[in-house]
Write a protein that binds this ligand. Structure first.
Ligand code: SAM
Ligand code: DTB
Ligand code: SF4
Length: 320
């Protein structure tokens, strides 16, 4: 990695019109710019693999319009209690055997509380002992909880902003954008690495996608990991019938994320199941260098593991 361009490449003062101009460029120019930055900070042949496990499913009191796990919708997802540590450790071991470098655990909570949080601490310690990077996404945290997770050995905390502040109220009414920003600050202050991104294809405007990425880039430090999810339309949720997104918008979002946050891992996240190998290839060319790898995301199917292996091989890319 060269450092001579750091002061111009790593910015936290992006203006709305600058980001819109990046998006509006001809795709060839946008891709060239994203590729150039990607190569300045990363080995372009490497892809980071994260495996997901939903450790507590369904029954969530929040009303996120995209989510299959909200108690307010009937999606066929059965509520299940927090999994036992041994079951989680077994899944982590298997993920490691299959080549994943990070194990990400999700819980359908508004915030973790009481005994369940104590158990989460035990889970972090047990998974960490398997020699994998650990990530958790448990909803809102206070400062003490973030510190306890860090002390237990957690590497990353995932907490997505999901969309722009302006569009947020269209998607979620049970919390505010500022609640999300507050948790992100606690996570950062505790010395954890931040995994924060969003979802595209929820009926948002181009300006909302630009504002989401601008908000991420203008945080005091860039999130180390930026998941860009394409909405997985789940029957029974309010967004199940939302209009199809132009697939090239995903490519553009990844390219702009790469330009705004050149040293961050940009993850081509949910939605790969519905993407062709060629579309995913364009996303890698745009600067994506991380994927979710494994049979399942949280409650929905992920892209096929064998097909992923073949694709990386066809592209001459290596997993790490
Ligand atoms: N309950 C915690 C929270 O919301 O912060 C953690 C789990 S939640 C399911 C984690 C993230 O998954 C959400 O912030 C959202 O970005 C993503 N997600 C959930 N459902 C999705 C869907 N149908 N399509 C794409 N992304 C989704
Ligand atoms: C993230 O940005 N995407 C993941 C993870 N962080 C927790 C979740 C994707 C969920 C897709 C829908 C589902 O499987 O329920
Ligand atoms: Fe709950 Fe998280 Fe789903 Fe929102 S995204 S309903 S907070 S599990």
């Amino acid at each position: 990695m060269t450092t001579e361009n750091l002061h111009v490449d790593i910015r936290h003062d992006w203006q709305a019109d600058e980001v819109l101009r990046l998006f509006a460029q001809p795709l060839t120019d946008l891709m060239f710019q994203a590729q150039s930055l990607h190569r300045r900070y990363f080995d372009p042949h490497q892809v980071q693999l994260s495996t997901l496990l939903n450790i507590k499913t369904g029954g969530c009191p929040e009303d996120c319009a995209y989510c299959s796990q909200s108690v307010r919708v009937e999606t066929g997802v059965q509520t299940e209690p927090l999994m036992d540590t041994e079951v989680i450790v077994a899944a982590a071991r298997q993920a490691k055997t299959q080549g994943a470098g990070r194990f990400c655990m999700g819980a359908a909570w508004r915030r973790p509380q009481g005994k369940a949080f104590d158990k989460v601490i035990e889970i972090v310690q047990a998974v960490k002992a398997e020699g994998l990077e650990t990530c958790m996404t448990l909803g809102m945290l206070d400062a003490q909880q973030a510190k306890r997770l860090q002390q237990a050995g957690l590497d990353y905390y995932n907490h997505n902003l999901d969309t722009s502040e302006a569009y947020y109220a269209q998607v979620i009414s049970t919390r505010q954008y500022q609640d999300r920003l507050n948790t992100l600050q606690h996570v950062r202050d505790a010395g954890l690495k931040v995994c924060c991104g969003g979802i595209i294809g929820m009926g948002e405007a181009d300006t909302d996608r630009a504002e989401l990425l601008r908000t991420l880039a203008n945080l005091s430090e860039h999130p180390e990991s930026v998941p860009i999810n394409q909405l997985v339309k789940v029957e029974g949720t309010a967004l199940s019938e939302v209009a199809e997104l132009d697939p090239l918008e995903m490519v553009r979002c990844i390219a702009v994320a790469r330009i705004l946050m050149p040293r961050s891992y940009v993850r081509l996240s949910a939605g790969r199941n519905n993407m062709s190998d060629e579309l995913q290839t364009l996303c890698f060319l745009a600067g994506a260098n991380s994927i979710f790898y494994g049979e399942k995301l949280l409650t929905t199917e992920n892209a096929d593991v064998e097909q992923d292996r073949r694709l990386l091989q066809r592209l001459g890319m290596r997993a790490h």
